[in-house]
Design a protein around this ligand. Structure first.
Ligand SMILES: Nc1ncnc2c1ncn2[C@@H]1O[C@H](COP(=O)(O)OP(=O)(O)OP(=O)(O)O)[C@@H](O)[C@H]1O
Length: 247
């Protein structure tokens, strides 16, 4: 079992994953993600993007193949160790905003920091800073039921960035947003990640989103491919745009 190359923070070799019901998820995916890199995982719906992010982040254990985070063999860790790794080193953004309904925006944002042991006062300051960066600082005291969907998603993004995770897994993070909002939020996310040295693995089926990354890996039917055709989001009449990709 060889550890990954030194400059790869995350590394996967020959990943195979089969869903519990027997559906194929991934078939022999290998990739490396460098420290501080923003890597897009692009592919059409059902190509295995979410499954790949779940395997890389240790959310699920791969059935075959290896996943390394620095010198940690994630594929050998038990559920508790993988949970600790996700809490302490990884961040996650889902396509749909999920927040704790009883907590307001800053409390939701501060939660992962407090779970890592940061005091409530310091966590609150950090949370407010991130909410400000995402242009929702004035909503800090509102509970989720009083926020619009796009605002909820911004809170989720602030919550994921606030602890400055080593790796942020972002699964279609701007999916619930309108186009103008989407570009702004994604730029804020990628700029913040770059300035804090956060490595990002960004799943998307949108060529514009993939274009914000340093590099793109293309998936199709659970396999890495050289290129993939992605229709521009919201564009059903025009032809399809080709994402030029390297694997
Ligand atoms: N829990 C599950 N049980 C069974 N099959 C699943 C499960 N989750 C995903 N799949 C199937 O695995 C394949 C890959 O799904 P996955 O969600 O990883 O793709 P995706 O590229 O993220 O798609 P989308 O862009 O629609 O989210 C699909 O065929 C999907 O139907």
């Amino acid at each position: 079992m060889d550890a990954p190359p030194d400059n790869d923070v995350l590394w996967a070799r020959a990943l195979h994953y089969t869903h519990k019901d027997g559906s194929p998820g991934l078939e022999g995916v290998s990739l490396g993600v460098r420290q501080g890199e923003i890597l897009a995982v692009a592919g059409p719906s059902g190509s295995g993007k979410t499954t790949l992010l779940r395997c890389l982040s240790g959310m699920v254990r791969v059935r075959q193949g290896e996943v390394w985070f620095n010198s940690t063999p994630v594929h050998t860790l038990g559920p508790l160790a993988r949970e600790r790794l996700r809490r302490d080193r990884f961040g996650w953004i889902d396509p749909a905003p999920v927040l704790v309904p009883e907590l307001n925006a800053w409390e939701n944002t501060a939660l992962p920091l407090m779970l890592r042991g940061t005091s409530r006062r310091r966590a609150k300051v950090a949370a407010q800073e991130w909410l400000d960066r995402l242009d929702i600082g004035d909503l800090a005291r509102k509970r989720p039921h009083r926020l619009r969907r796009a605002e909820l998603q911004r809170v989720c993004i602030a919550r994921a960035l606030a602890p400055a995770p080593t790796v942020l897994f972002a699964d279609e993070p701007a999916a619930p947003l309108h186009r103008a909002d989407r570009v702004h939020v994604l730029r804020t996310l990628t700029t913040a990640a770059r300035s804090h040295g956060i490595t990002v693995v960004l799943a998307t089926h949108d060529p514009e989103t993939a274009a914000l990354a340093d590099r793109t890996v293309a998936l199709l039917d659970g396999r890495c491919v050289k290129s993939v055709h992605l229709p521009p989001v919201g564009d059903t009449t025009e032809g399809r745009t080709t994402c030029s990709l390297s694997v």
